[in-house]
Design a protein around this ligand. Structure first.
Ligand code: UD1
Ligand code: CA
Length: 507
């Protein structure tokens, strides 16, 4: 059995959006995780439309490419010249001559509209058997918007644009949101009768209402409960205002779902992000794209997560992460940078001034300080000494470093990839590891130290350093002869049986 009201969605997105002053078409501007047109398509998604038509014009190629990514089922309809909203819908209807049932028209620049509100508009329209129903709102400031003009009995008479309105009509605060439901057949009928006899010389979609009313067709007005849903976006000041409204809406939803937001005013969560109960988001934090924050995790203050998954009980403090995965109970920051495919297993730690890219860090392993880890695999419960660099790039290609489990690498190591450090192996501080270190071995790759006794007294005589040295040596009164000063007192046993502080002491 065919649907009684098969639905066609038409999104108007051909306008230039002059006042945005942008090389990006207006409907492609981003707003907390979606473009403007992405939000509008999302609001229409529950309608289960048999077809979705997006009227494109300005920046058509860019808009088409975007649509292919976010709404592959939608069809772009080209409006080469923008002769008004009525003209745009006429072109869309010509592209779908078979359309019957309900046509839902949405302005591409009204992104805060809730799916529920669109659903209510369409339900009201269909249950009334109306020829057309407009979504209206009572707004504090109707400037620039089309006004809903009702007759003495309260019935819709016409929709009049600000620039065509009489002084009395300008006082009306009930406005046209630019969202409509139409009966396809009757819409097609009147679209052919639109004139361009108005201040802009355009075909106004809004004139459809007056035409239907004078033909005796039933038309309706559906009033939005929350007028902020109907706000349009014409410039970047309005876009910023919409962003704040949407932020507050999203934040409220998460708080009611059991997430603690310590400072909602500085917390920006994309509509595409998911948070579990008892997650805590501290101030000045942005959660973007497909990011997920698990139960009991603490994120912030001062954190940006883009497409990053934070497991339950993990903490991320003053850090930036893109495309990363932070395992349960793991800890990141302060001041860490996780780049794509940085993956921390359970209880792993990435500490301060540490950058990690395309690397797996095993359960309980730590990279605590001042380190770059790129293209590596680190096993479980290993510790990477401070100030180390995983030297992954030979100038042409990237190579991997593999560190085993329970390894302890010394401070200030270079791991020149490809290279491996085995399970339970150690490396000495200051080593440049270019050869594999077998399991359980101590890898030492640094020059031996030599002390030239008395060098300062001889070569920097009279300086404060020399005087300090003299004072220090006063008690033992060791004054080297000139020849002794050049002797080398290096020791061959500096790394040996005893565990030396500094080799691996940066846990
Ligand atoms: C329109 C309504 C107005 C309403 C307001 C709500 C008309 C005549 N007026 O005014 O009553 O209060 O929306 O936001 O409809 N577009 C096209 N092709 C065109 C012209 C416009 O695709 O030829 C698209 C624009 O890209 C935009 C939408 O239609 O997404 C609305 O057009 P816009 O020029 O912004 O209309 P408003 O003046 O805001
Ligand atoms: Ca507009």
């Amino acid at each position: 059995m065919p649907e009684p009201y098969p639905r066609t969605v038409v999104v108007l997105a051909a306008g230039e959006g002059k006042r945005m002053k942008s090389s990006l078409p207006k409907v492609l501007h981003p707003l907390l995780g979606r473009t403007l047109v992405g939000h509008v398509l999302n609001a229409a998604a529950p309608l289960d439309a048999v077809r979705t038509l997006v009227v494109v014009g300005h920046g058509a190629d860019q808009v088409r490419t975007h649509l292919a990514g976010i709404a592959p089922g939608a069809t772009a309809v080209h409006q080469a010249e923008q002769h008004g909203t009525g003209h745009a819908v006429r072109i869309a209807m010509e592209a779908a001559p078979e359309a019957t049932g309900t046509v839902v028209v949405l302005n591409g620049d009204v992104p805060l509209l809730r799916p529920e509100t669109v659903g209510e508009l369409v339900a009201a329209h269909e249950s009334e058997g109306a020829a057309a129903t407009v979504l209206a709102a009572e707004v504090p400031d109707p400037a620039g918007l089309g006004r809903i003009v009702r007759d003495a009995t309260g019935r819709l008479e016409q929709i009049v644009e600000q620039r065509d309105a009489t002084p009395a009509q300008l006082g009306i605060r009930e406005i046209n949101a630019g969202i409509y439901a139409f009966d396809a057949i009757r819409l097609r009928d009147v679209l052919g009768k639109l004139s361009t006899d108005n201040d802009q010389g355009e075909e106004y979609l809004t004139d459809v209402f007056e035409l239907l009313v004078s033909a005796g067709e039933p038309v309706g007005v559906h009033l939005a409960a929350d007028h902020t849903e109907t706000l349009g976006c014409n410039d970047r000041v309005e876009l910023a205002a919409l962003r704040r409204l949407l932020r507050d809406r999203v934040n409220e939803r998460w708080m009611r779902a059991g997430v603690s937001l310590l400072d909602p005013g500085t917390t920006w969560i994309d509509v595409t992000v998911a948070l579990d109960r008892d997650a805590v988001v501290d101030q000045n934090t942005q959660l973007r794209g497909g990011s997920v924050v698990g139960s009991g995790a603490v994120v912030g203050p001062d954190v940006t997560l883009v497409d990053t998954v934070v497991g339950p009980g993990a903490t991320v403090l003053r850090s930036h992460a893109v495309g990363a995965e932070v395992g349960p109970g793991a800890s990141v920051g302060p001041y860490a940078y996780l780049r794509p495919d940085a993956r921390l297993a359970e209880r792993a730690k990435v500490g301060t001034f540490v950058e990690v890219k395309n690397t797996e860090i095993g359960a309980g392993s730590k990279v605590p300080h001042l380190t770059y880890v790129g293209d590596a695999t680190i096993g479980e419960h290993s510790n990477i000494g401070a100030a180390s660099v995983f030297v992954n790039y030979d100038g042409v290609q990237k190579h991997r470093t593999v560190i085993g489990s329970h390894a302890r690498t010394g401070a200030d190591n270079m791991f020149v990839a490809p290279v491996e450090v085995g399970d339970g192996a150690y490396t000495a501080a200051g080593s440049v590891i270019i050869e594999n270190v077998p399991a359980g071995a101590m890898g030492v790759a640094r020059a031996r130290q030599r002390n030239i006794e008395g060098w300062v007294l001889k070569r920097r005589a009279g300086t404060a350093a020399a005087q300090a040295a003299e004072r220090a040596q006063g008690a033992s009164a060791v004054v080297p002869s000139a020849s002794e000063g050049e002797e080398i007192h290096g020791t061959a046993e500096s790394v040996g049986g005893t565990h030396r502080a500094g080799d691996t002491a940066t846990e």
